[in-house]
Design a protein. Structure first.
Length: 333
């Protein structure tokens, strides 16, 4: 039985049809204009887009096949959103996603955290018995998978995997997170956190910034600076200033990954998320080195086997959401 999968990120909304075998079809990706919309308007737009996709003709998808909604934030009881910082900031009024989409599409709707969806996908892709999926995108999140645990994916508490909201900087001027908190890991090491750090470093040392490829090749200014247009292309070209920013932002993430890897005896940490993937192998190499420095030889298996990119990372949440929906539907027959 196929499912309609929805993956809501902090920057893009993706919809697709996922077959029984896990293959994707009719994939649609749309940018979310979160800056110009109030939360109510933004939610209405998102629901409109999902309803339109569900109403369109898709080969092999029946009118009663389910929707699996992978959401970038804490989810309680696989039915209730607790917060949506990367989508609506510090707003506290969350819509009933399951009820609204069920009413608008007449389909069963299953809600789960987006990194939980990725963990379900990788459970069929890797041989490790204990691993963690970490997304480094607009925000940062994680999920633990344990093959020896009946639940397998550890997401029974809303805070499960919310490492992006662990405080890693207690200074009074620590960066402010999308959720409104100060000094959170996601405010420093996520894509948005790294972009904000780059702006601060550009302001503190304008001379070094002005010599970077961000400026000389890609036209950045202190007032007009983005990851997509400036930091990422400069980093991929090898710019030292860009990599200084990125490695500085990675430090707290490496500290958290080192602690969790040792504490949970993890065999693997799979890195996904648009920001990390866009930076490629050098991002991974820098993160591995940073984790090794913080474990002081405790990890006695090759770091290349521990910290690595998740296969098909750009599709993991969609595929995992579809897999989850199909599994739930089959269990209820």
């Amino acid at each position: 039985m196929p499912a309609l999968a929805v993956d809501l990120g902090g920057t893009f909304l993706r919809c697709a049809v996922v077959s029984d075998s896990g293959s994707l079809s009719d994939v649609v990706t749309e940018r979310i204009d979160r800056h110009s919309s109030d939360p109510e308007s933004l939610w209405r737009t998102l629901f409109d887009r999902v309803e339109a996709f569900a109403a369109a003709s898709h080969a092999g998808l029946g009118p009663a096949d389910p929707i699996a909604f992978a959401f970038p934030g804490p989810v309680a009881d696989r039915s209730t959103i607790k917060a949506a910082p990367t989508v609506t900031g510090a707003a506290t009024d969350m819509p009933d996603v399951v009820g609204i989409l069920r009413d608008r599409t007449a389909r069963p709707v299953y809600l789960l955290n987006d990194v939980s969806a990725a963990a379900w996908f990788y459970s069929n892709q890797v041989s490790a018995n204990r691993f963690m999926v970490v997304t480094v995108s607009s925000g940062i999140g994680s999920k633990l998978f344990n093959r020896f645990d009946p639940a397998q994916v550890s997401d029974d508490w809303p805070y499960a995997g919310e490492i992006g909201h662990v405080v890693v900087d207690v200074s009074l001027d620590a960066p402010i997170c999308d959720c409104g908190g100060r000094g959170h890991l996601g405010a420093i090491a996520s894509g948005r956190g790294t972009e904000n750090l780059a702006r601060r470093m550009a302001h503190l040392n304008a001379a070094a910034f002005d010599k970077s490829l961000c400026v000389t090749s890609f036209g950045a200014t202190q007032q007009d600076f983005t990851n997509e247009e400036h930091l990422v292309p400069a980093a991929r070209t090898g710019d030292s200033w860009a990599w200084d920013v990125i490695s500085t932002a990675q430090g707290p993430l490496a500290q958290v990954l080192a602690a969790v890897t040792v504490a949970a005896s993890l065999e693997s940490v799979l890195i996904i998320g648009g920001f990390a993937i866009s930076l490629g192998d050098r991002y991974l190499a820098c993160l591995r080195e940073a984790v090794q420095r913080r474990t002081a030889g405790l990890i006695d298996i090759p770091i290349e086997d521990v910290i690595r990119f998740g296969r098909a990372a750009g599709e993991a949440c969609l595929r995992g959401a579809g897999y989850f929906a199909v599994s739930i539907a089959r269990s209820r027959r």
